[in-house]
Design a protein around this ligand. Structure first.
Ligand SMILES: Cc1cc2nc3c(=O)[nH]c(=O)nc-3n(C[C@H](O)[C@H](O)[C@H](O)COP(=O)(O)OP(=O)(O)OC[C@H]3O[C@@H](n4cnc5c(N)ncnc54)[C@H](O)[C@@H]3O)c2cc1C
Ligand code: FES
Ligand code: FES
Length: 1351
């Protein structure tokens, strides 16, 4: 590694840091270790989670504190441990959630509040939220609500819908006015008025239905003085901070020079060594792209590079300055400046608000952003437009100053810097009097997303003549480097500032920024429209700034282009039936009981599969997947992988007999290891086993595979052309020919709905341990332990009684760990059994997303016949799903869809044929709603089309077809009873004040040219219960111990949906004992056999009845002892029973549901083939930006029939979480594949689930009162899935807003909008001259193969 002399004194090779107050000394740590790896694997502080490993989810957030010599202050920042090199933590203090509190020793207020406000469901994201909030409070003990929201920009939660997290933490924020910005009083009806009054039924009062779900007054006060202190040693001992360091690893050397001079020497010595700032680029390259840099030179601790200075003319930023410090500095300077708008500093501040999340900004540097040379860098366009100058420096050549223009970036991700040079500082000229700077970024999701296109525009305008004296328009995302629109900028020179000038300039810009159809990044039409739209926005924004200076005047109508999309504070009210006053206090049924693991989620004490303490000698597995979508295997060579120290074995199809190499959910049509052919990308080819997870992962990438590539079938159209189907299902009702004959109008159309990634936070994981007598113990994150047990028994050819499959809790699942858990379980089992050792496998996020499939994409063609009034007489449709390479759940998902097309409506004649297509995508599988959302999407679109045709509002047509409470017939023949869809609808439309607000929306639209609002109402209906009868059974085992404590067991798994909490509540009422006496350890196949997988919103019903049955048996057995000692205690009755040899263990069983439907033998049903139906309705209002396609959900009101809720807090959580997941499905979650069938949207960097900033600003939920469900435990209903369908209210509100934009320019309001309604689709549907220009330019090349295919 060359000469070791870096400075006069030799560098230290000892790393010193503090973790949770404890000093850690690590000699020569491996430079490849991340802080997260060290915390979890070495220190076993498993509260900090890994959910992505790429800085995109915040699950690994910890607090880092350092002493800043210059200010004499301690700097506290939230960071992502997963991309923080351990070596970079030298001389700092790290605090994890374990360090701030525990259930045992007492909780910190940030832990207590998230749990008690019901802000945890699966709990996997919770420690990350806890630490983000903690970091915020360490810097600012009383933040504003906005500051709190900003602190969570980098934290994702897939379960909760964010509202409860926010609401809980608002209690730690500065109190805003009780009415908030949107006039919400929290349902308490101050001054006699409340926006929720409309939701009350006749005779109902607010106090009967509007108790808050938690009591803020119970919360522990936050006392900053009680927080763990910064280690004095780190403050006092300068030498730790100033030390030069060098750590030599097997592949990587880490050097930390202590001064600029030393850095220059090091760089001279190692010209190929890379400077490391925040490591937010380098870390991703190393982890996800396997790009290893041999020498890393850490610069962030060099004082000379950490300076920011402002002079009269410029701002000078040292290359180690972090983005959050830069943001703060620019904000401060701007706030004291006379100029209030249009400056470079404001452009930077605004851009930084949308740059990544707080954790990334806290470590990432401007220098890193520049040198990465990304074509979508957010800051480089600003620097280039403003003429920034860079100071480069080397030992050999000294300093050189370089202007940041196009020549600085000669090609993709390349700069003109010499290898031995470093970037020392960046100088940005300050904005002059008549100069205006504006920046903009458009991404798929507003928060924490990379740009699709970004831009900075700068002009100098003569205030008298309005002549443009200088112009610089710079764009990111339009080429392989950042592009200056030179021609257009030149065109603007000497022109008068006017709308006309900019209209012509838009044309010039279009010519200058053309894209090829196959341009990387895709979305070519949208991107070309965006550049022009940005120009219009810039013109209108800068005009408004000039109008403030009275240089010119602006039209009121145009202001809508200049203001950001409406956001505002968030608020929400939840209405539910409060339990009767006569109910005993200790009876928790119907009360908002906190999730039983909630506190442990927050403190990190909740143990997930990968948190389990490893057994002595445990090995680690990493799956090796196919890199292509379809091909014949020629060779698999693992020799390089096996040569890596620490690698133990490699198993492939050759390691096992063919009859062992099978798997499948219902049909065994998959191989565990591909033997001759690979059928999809990621299909498992083998498993590497190694002594530690990092080596296993590294080695898995060294397995060399050769294939003869075959043409893959990827899309539904490909599959239809080749008649490649898994299954075909039909539903026929009435007489469709007659219906069409009687119809006044017939419409035909096509529509598509994209797939969806589960994006559960906990990755697929399992630990398999072989034992005596062929026993196998499997701890796994699986919804169906029984499915895993059956498979393992089959492939190992051993009886099921030797296989114990256990699951303590799952960090989110949503259907993704039902059948697909076997993908990780079976290869790991084969390895563990072969090696006779415990083996642990945890997938990484990219592999998990590629391999495990998701929600089925759907495509529909339909024909609908209706009357002049809009009454639908019949629907004929062909429905196709993309099932992927194996059948898995595709047939049953299609069956559920076939049973759900009627949505909440009565339509007499149906003829629907469903085809589940077989393609070379990874197999798609179960996903919350299981075909229901795809079915109702078709029907709602047909209703929308009919409404447009007859000139009525879609809401009127929906109302016309809503089911009656009794007597309506379903397409399968049975008659509906107790249908509450109309009740939900009426309460929702009335409570949300739909009709009045529709008028207000129209008013708004009339006054705003560039922003439009839309409001829509949609109903919901989803059946609960399995139409395959044997699945409708459940078992439970309840055991009372002699001390009176109760062991509760059932076959359901806890994945965040609160099942265990609800089951404990059932036992609490049935046994009449406090919930604290009841304990559930884990779901295990050796306690409750043959359990149906936890899915279909049905688990509380099935397991609840089994638990109730067991408890009732026990109560009966205790009855004599209660009678003989009526004033005795529970413990006394239990003791007496024991002494009388009474069996205190009872098995409960539930099998009372007798329904079935076989699509292969269709018959007219007399009763429904499910247990019951859940109904609901939602009204949503949105605002869209017609120039960019951005949108914001202003308000959502939901009314849902949840029966008599077992636990309103859990149910509200399910409603909000499912709704937000449906919102993601219908708006921003888009799966992209390359033309060769390779997934492009891997990880949170590319695939966007909703973040906190996306929730409806006002989000109200009302659970229907007085609607007990006689068919489930304690009159409840299962509502895990149904609310997802209500998100269609947002989709159709967006469609309404687009219609308004189209009508304004004289276009037809009838148009096709496929789901998801992404920013791209919204913008292109708001057709205008810009869209027309691009469409015209693309004529003749529309069909050309693009960069990506949306699935
Ligand atoms: C989750 C996530 C979200 C992100 N979001 C955004 C976003 O919204 N917008 C955006 O533009 N980017 C984004 N990025 C990319 C990245 O964060 C930025 O580019 C960041 O500014 C890089 O800074 P860094 O200090 O972490 O660079 P590092 O990773 O430390 O370094 C990056 C490159 O710069 C070189 N380098 C750094 N400093 C010097 C120096 N002084 N002299 C010479 N070379 C140097 C390094 O050698 C390396 O080649 C995101 C990244 C992640 C992981
Ligand atoms: S695991 Fe670190 S940000 Fe996702
Ligand atoms: S509770 Fe947030 S991801 Fe599950």
């Amino acid at each position: 590694m060359g000469d070791n002399r870096l400075s006069d004194t030799s560098p230290s090779s000892t790393l010193v840091l503090f973790v949770n107050g404890e000093k850690i000394i690590e000699n020569n740590p491996n430079p490849e270790w991340t802080l997260l790896y060290f915390l979890r694997f070495k220190l076993r502080l498993c509260g900090t989670k890994e959910a992505c490993g790429e800085g995109g989810c915040g699950a690994c957030t910890v607090l880092q504190s350092k002493f800043d010599e210059a200010t004499g202050k301690i700097v506290n920042v939230a960071i992502n441990a997963c991309i923080t090199p351990l070596c970079s933590t030298h001389g700092t203090a790290i605090i994890t959630t374990e360090g701030i509190g525990s259930v045992k020793k007492g909780l910190h207020p940030v832990q207590e509040r998230i749990a008690k406000s019901h802000g945890t469901q699966c709990g996997f994201c919770t420690p990350g939220f806890v630490m983000s909030m903690y970091a915020l409070l360490r810097n600012n003990p009383e933040p504003t609500e906005q500051e709190m929201e900003d602190a969570f920009q980098g934290n994702l939660c897939r379960c909760t819908g964010y509202r409860p997290i926010m609401q809980g933490y608002k209690s730690l924020c500065k109190k805003s006015e009780p009415s908030s910005a949107n006039g919400c009083c929290g349902g308490k009806g101050k001054n006699g008025g409340c926006c929720m009054d409309g939701f009350l039924n006749d005779g109902e009062t607010r106090t009967e239905v509007a108790e808050t779900l938690f009591d803020e007054s119970e919360f522990k006060k936050y006392d900053p003085k009680a927080d763990i202190i910064f280690p004095p040693e780190l403050q006092l001992d300068k030498s730790i901070r100033k030390q030069s360091l060098k750590f030599d690893g097997a592949s990587v050397t880490w050097i930390r020079p202590s001064s600029l001079e030393e850095l220059l020497k090091v760089k001279q010595q190692y010209p190929n060594g890379k400077c490391v700032g925040g490591n937010t680029e380098l870390g991703i390259d190393a982890k996800l792209k396997q790009q290893i840099t041999e020498v890393l030179i850490y610069i962030s601790d060099i004082d000379e590079l950490a300076q920011i200075q402002v002079s009269n003319n410029s701002l000078k930023i040292g290359s180690a300055v972090t983005l959050s410090r830069l943001q703060m500095f620019c904000k401060e300077v701007s706030s004291t400046s006379k100029r209030t708008c249009g400056t470079a500093l404001e452009a930077i501040t605004e851009m930084l608000h949308w740059f990544a999340g707080q954790q990334i900004r806290n470590v990432a540097t401007l220098a890193g952003n520049i040198i990465t040379a990304s074509p979508i860098s957010d800051l480089n366009p600003i620097l280039m437009a403003c003429g920034a100058v860079l100071t480069l420096r080397s030992l050999k050549d000294g300093k050189r100053r370089v202007k940041m223009d196009e020549s600085f970036f000669p090609k993709y991700r390349t700069t003109v810097m010499q290898p031995h040079e470093i970037l020392e500082s960046i100088e940005i000229p300050l904005t002059q009097e008549n100069e205006y700077v504006w920046s903009v970024k458009q991404a798929r999701r507003r928060e924490d997303d990379i740009a699709i296109v970004n831009s900075c525009m700068r002009v100098v305008v003569n205030p008298q003549s309005l002549e443009i004296e200088d112009a610089s328009l710079v764009f990111g995302g339009m080429a392989s480097t950042i592009k200056i629109a030179k021609k257009t900028s030149q065109f603007l020179l000497k022109k008068k500032w006017s709308e006309k000038t900019f209209d012509i300039a838009a044309n010039e810009l279009y010519d200058e920024m053309k894209l090829e159809p196959s341009a990387p990044g895709g979305m070519v039409a949208y991107r070309q429209v965006l550049t022009q739209s940005f120009l219009t926005k810039f013109f209108l924004t800068a005009s408004s700034w000039m109008s403030q200076k009275n240089i010119l005047s602006c039209q009121q109508n145009d202001k809508s282009a200049t203001s950001p999309i409406t956001q505002g504070d968030t608020s929400g009210v939840q209405l539910y039936q409060i339990v009767p006053k006569t109910q005993k206090v200790e009876d928790l049924i119907g009360r908002p009981t906190v999730h039983l693991s909630g506190l442990k989620h927050a403190t990190g004490e909740a143990v997930y599969t990968d948190d389990e303490i490893p057994l002595q000698g445990q090995l680690y597995g990493a799956l090796v997947g196919s890199p292509i979508a379809h091909g014949k295997i020629i060779s698999i060579d693992a020799s390089k992988a096996l040569a890596l120290p620490g690698v133990v074995d490699f198993l492939s199809a050759k390691s096992i007999p063919a009859d062992q190499n099978i798997q499948g959910f219902i049909i065994y049509d998959e191989e565990i290891f591909a033997s001759e052919y690979v059928q999809s990308q990621g299909q498992t080819v083998g498993i590497i086993v190694a002594s530690d997870p990092m080596t296993a992962e590294k080695a898995s990438k060294l397995v060399e595979m050769k294939f003869e590539e075959l043409t893959p079938i990827l899309t539904i159209d490909d599959a239809v052309a080749k008649e490649s189907f898994h299954t075909i299902r039909k539903v026929r009702a009435g007489n469709i020919d007659e219906a069409f004959k009687n119809a006044d109008e017939i419409l035909e159309g096509e529509i598509k709905m994209g797939g969806q990634e589960h994006f559960y936070m906990e990755l697929q994981s399992c630990i398999v341990t072989p034992n005596e007598d062929q026993e196998v113990d499997i701890l796994i994150a699986a919804q169906g332990p029984d499915i895993v047990q059956r498979h393992v028994a089959k492939i190992l050819k051993i009886p099921s009684n030797r296989i114990k499959v256990r699951c303590r809790r799952i960090g989110g699942s949503f259907g993704g760990k039902e059948s697909r858990a076997i993908l990780v379980a079976l290869p790991t089992t084969l390895a563990a059994v072969k090696l006779g050792k415990s083996v642990r496998t945890v997938m990484n996020r990219w592999d998990d997303m590629v391999v495990t499939g998701g929600r089925h994409p759907y495509q529909y063609s339909y024909k609908v016949g209706f009357t002049k009034e809009g009454k639908i007489l019949g629907i004929q449709a062909k429905v196709y799903s993309n099932g992927g390479c194996s059948s898995d759940a595709s047939p049953t998902v299609m069956e559920k869809a076939m049973m759900s097309f009627e949505a909440g409506y009565t339509i007499p004649n149906w003829d629907v044929v469903g085809y589940a297509c077989k393609t070379n995508l990874p197999s798609n599988t179960a996903f919350r709603g299981y075909g229901g959302p795809q079915a109702s999407f078709l029907t709602e679109n047909i209703i929308d089309a009919v409404a447009e045709k007859v000139g009525k509002s879609p809401v009127e047509i929906r109302e016309m077809h809503l089911k009656q409470p009794h007597g309506d017939k379903c397409p399968l023949g049975y008659i509906f009873e107790d249908c509450t869809v109309r009740r939900c609808w009426e309460e929702c439309v009335r409570g949300a004040n739909y009709h009045k607000r529709k008028g207000l929306v129209e008013d708004f639209n009339g006054k705003n040219r560039w922003k439009k609002r839309g409001i829509s109402a949609t109903p919901m209906k989803l059946n609960v219960g399995f139409h395959f009868s044997p699945m409708n059974q459940a078992g439970a085992l309840v055991m009372i111990y002699t001390d009176g404590s109760v062991g509760l067991n059932h076959g359901g798994t806890e994945m965040g949906q609160g099942l265990l909490t609800k089951m404990a509540q059932v036992a609490n009422r049935a046994l009449g004992i406090p919930i604290e006496k009841i304990y559930f350890t884990e779901t295990s196949t050796d306690k409750v056999p043959n359990a149906t997988a936890t899915c279909g919103s049905f688990s509380s019903d099935l397991n609840g009845m089994a638990v109730l049955d067991a408890c009732q048996k026990l109560v009966k057995r205790l009855e004599p002892f209660k009678k003989s000692n009526p004033n005795g205690t529970w413990e006394e009755w239990v003791g007496a029973a024991y002494f009388n040899k009474v069996n205190l263990s009872a098995v409960g069983f539930y099998d009372k549901l007798d329904f079935n439907y076989d699509f292969d033998k269709p018959n007219d049903l007399t009763r429904e083939p499910h247990s019951y139906t859940v109904y609901g309705a939602a009204v949503s209002e949105v605002e869209i930006d017609c120039l960019t396609g951005d949108h914001s959900v202003l308000k959502t009101d939901i009314v849902i029939d949840a029966g008599e809720s077992l636990n309103p807090a859990v149910d509200v959580g399910q409603i909000e979480g499912a709704f937000m997941q449906g919102y993601g499905l219908l708006t921003m979650e888009e799966l992209l594949y390359s033309p060769k069938g390779l997934m492009l949207t891997k990880g949170p960097g590319m695939y966007k689930i909703p973040s906190m900033g996306d929730i409806p600003r006002q989000f109200n939920i009302s659970m229907l009162r007085g609607a007990p469900n006689p068919k489930a435990v304690y009159s409840s209903k299962g509502i895990g899935e149904p609310p997802l369908l209500l998100a269609s209210s947002i989709f159709f509100a967006i469609k309404e807003a687009i219609k308004a934009a189209r009508k304004e320019v004289g276009l037809s309001p009838s148009f096709r909008l496929d789901a998801p309604a992404t920013v791209e689709k919204i913008r292109l549907a708001c057709e205008d001259e810009k869209v027309a220009r691009v469409k015209e330019g693309m004529k003749g090349i529309e069909g050309k193969v693009g960069w990506a295919m949306a699935m």
